[in-house]
Ligand binder design. Structure first.
Ligand code: PMP
Length: 350
């Protein structure tokens, strides 16, 4: 605390991102990055963009990328909003599309950035408990609210909510925006993007950080009715007109133009997830059914904290949360076959 700080800053409780250790040769399975890396075409496109045009500001509206994403999903560019990672898109959503003064609903347990945005904008957040099997129950999202947000699949549980249940939540809240955060949708779930023309209150957020292996480039986007997108543009243009730089715009566009690479990465993660799930079960873990690029798993006898520590001593980093209901669990990002083998071997030795 400092006498120079605004009182608003004194009260902030910021988000703490997962660790990015500096040591080389770690088996890094802690922050849900994609182990297969970006398409070589993305790297080429970024290199081609390293030219004198860097002296010019980028396109503030990202027209070309929005058109590409719109075509990909059979939508119109005015239904797409771009941001510097989906974290930034979510920040603008909390500011511009939730009814301040009324409580926002999100699951307990979920992505820990949501309560942080509530704190930043002084919005009340109601944490809606998951069921005993760690699922979202649509019935619990029928109470009065100023907006609803949940990831699908949820994080860090990995559990997926079928679109018929997403629709139930949308129908229960016709006058409130329902945000489906689809950071992990490409690993086996069905996207709610197909519903945006039917529900003017639906906003879907996606990222290029996971299935498209571009966490370092920082590109996310929201898809919804043009009326919702207009609100997000107003917020963006009151904050930073150029959230995406020229390299990010070029790289993101190339990622959408290499469908074969995208499919290969998703298939690779899904098949490794199924293999790892079986291997963990054989090692006496209970593994929650996941449609994400990670699994949440609990050993029947050994504590999550001691297993995470034991793995770390072998250079294998997984995530352990000191949170009620999941403190016994490990959240393990799906790695390459070699990384997953190292994890299995490491766990066997503990
Ligand atoms: N939503 C969820 C549920 C996430 O887990 C993450 C990644 N930490 C994000 C959004 C943000 O992803 P990014 O800012 O990299 O697009």
């Amino acid at each position: 605390m400092s006498k120079f700080w605004s009182p608003l800053v004194n009260d902030l409780v910021p988000y703490v991102p997962g660790e990015q250790p500096k040591m080389a040769n770690l088996v890094k399975l802690n922050t849900n990055e994609n182990p297969f890396g970006p398409s070589p075409k993305v790297v080429e496109a970024i290199k081609a963009e390293l030219n004198d045009n860097l002296r010019l500001y980028p396109d503030p509206e990202g027209e070309s990328l929005r058109q590409t994403i719109a075509n990909y999903h059979s939508l119109k560019p005015e239904q797409i909003f771009l941001g510097n990672g989906s974290d930034e898109v979510l920040a603008h959503i909390f500011y511009g599309l939730f009814q301040h003064g009324e409580p926002i609903l999100f699951p307990d347990i979920t992505y820990s950035f949501y309560p942080v945005y509530c704190g930043l904008y002084d919005i009340e957040g109601i944490k809606v408990p998951l069921t005993d099997s760690f699922e979202i129950n649509p019935e619990d999202y029928k109470q009065a609210n100023g907006g609803v947000i949940f990831p699908n699949p949820n994080a860090p549980t990995g559990r997926y909510l079928g679109l018929e249940h997403v629709e139930e939540i949308l129908r229960a809240n016709p006058d409130r925006v329902v945000v489906v955060d689809e950071a992990y949708i490409d690993f086996g779930g069905e996207s709610a993007i197909t519903l945006v023309d039917d529900y003017p209150n639906l906003l879907v957020s996606q990222t290029l950080s996971k299935a498209r292996s571009l966490a370092g480039l920082r590109v996310g986007f929201a898809v919804g009715n043009p009326d919702l997108i207009e609100a997000l543009n107003r917020v963006k243009n009151s904050f930073n007109s150029y959230p995406l730089d020229r390299l990010a715009l070029a790289g993101a566009q190339a990622a959408y133009e290499d469908e074969a690479w995208f499919q290969k990465c998703c298939d690779g993660v899904i098949s490794e997830r199924e293999r790892l799930t079986k291997a963990l079960a054989e090692l006496d873990f209970e593994v929650l059914p996941s449609k994400a690029n990670f699994v949440l798993a609990r050993h029947k006898a050994k504590s999550g904290e001691s297993l995470a520590q034991g793995l770390r001593e072998q250079g294998i980093i997984v995530r352990h949360f000191n949170k009620p209901r999941i403190e016994q669990f490990l959240r393990i990002t799906i790695g390459t076959p070699e990384q997953n083998d190292a994890l299995i071997k490491g766990l066997k030795s503990l």
